[in-house]
Design a protein around this ligand. Structure first.
Ligand SMILES: Cc1ncc(COP(=O)(O)O)c(C=O)c1O
Length: 178
């Protein structure tokens, strides 16, 4: 406690290097390269439309994803914005519906809601920098039909509280894990 702050010449509080902005990219190794090259070699790029004698990797990915998460359906998309729009449409979000979305996210979260002809309603974040469940309750109106929550930068939202609120108000929940 008696130590000087680093800003006044004291020892640095943080001595480890910052994690780079592309942590996912750091995971790319030989297996990932092999998988991508296999797709190119097989000339099978999609879920459908490929040579009959090889398996679609997209289809395989969806099947593995379903198994891993115990989900009934899985749909691979070209990017997260497409996934968010697909999820909103699949949830039946209609023009004029209000979707509560976290205040700290990438603009794609709100853009997807607008693309689905719905209205983004921004909720505050709490100390975790993820959506504040207390503020979700304050933002619910008769037009609210869904919550779009973001596990921002890998920090999980408080799903127990969020799902309890969603259940109470009969709201769909879309999770953005990008
Ligand atoms: C939280 C979040 N949601 C959605 C997206 C959109 O992803 P994509 O660029 O794959 O459409 C991003 C992209 O950075 C993101 O950070």
């Amino acid at each position: 406690m008696s130590e000087k702050l680093a800003i006044y010449g004291g020892p640095r509080a943080k001595t480890t290097p910052n994690i780079p902005m592309y942590p996912g990219g750091l995971e790319i190794g030989d297996e990932e390269k092999r998988q991508v090259l296999e797709v190119l070699d097989n000339k099978y790029l999609f879920r459908y439309y490929g040579p009959a004698n090889v398996e679609s990797k997209v289809k395989k990915l969806e099947e593995n994803f379903k198994k891993r998460y115990g989900a009934k359906y899985a749909l691979a998309t070209s990017n997260c914005t497409g996934a968010l729009i697909s999820a909103l449409i699949a949830c039946g979000i209609a023009p004029g519906d209000e979707v509560i979305v976290t205040g700290y996210t990438f603009f794609a979260s709100c853009a997807a809601i607008v693309a689905a002809n719905a209205i983004p309603v921004i909720a505050e974040v709490d100390d975790t920098l993820t959506i504040d469940p207390e503020d979700i309750e304050k933002k619910i109106s008769p037009a609210t039909t869904a919550l779009m929550i973001v596990h921002m930068r890998g920090v999980p939202c408080d799903m127990d509280r969020i799902m309890a609120i969603a259940k109470k108000h009969n709201l769909k929940v879309i999770e953005d894990c990008a």
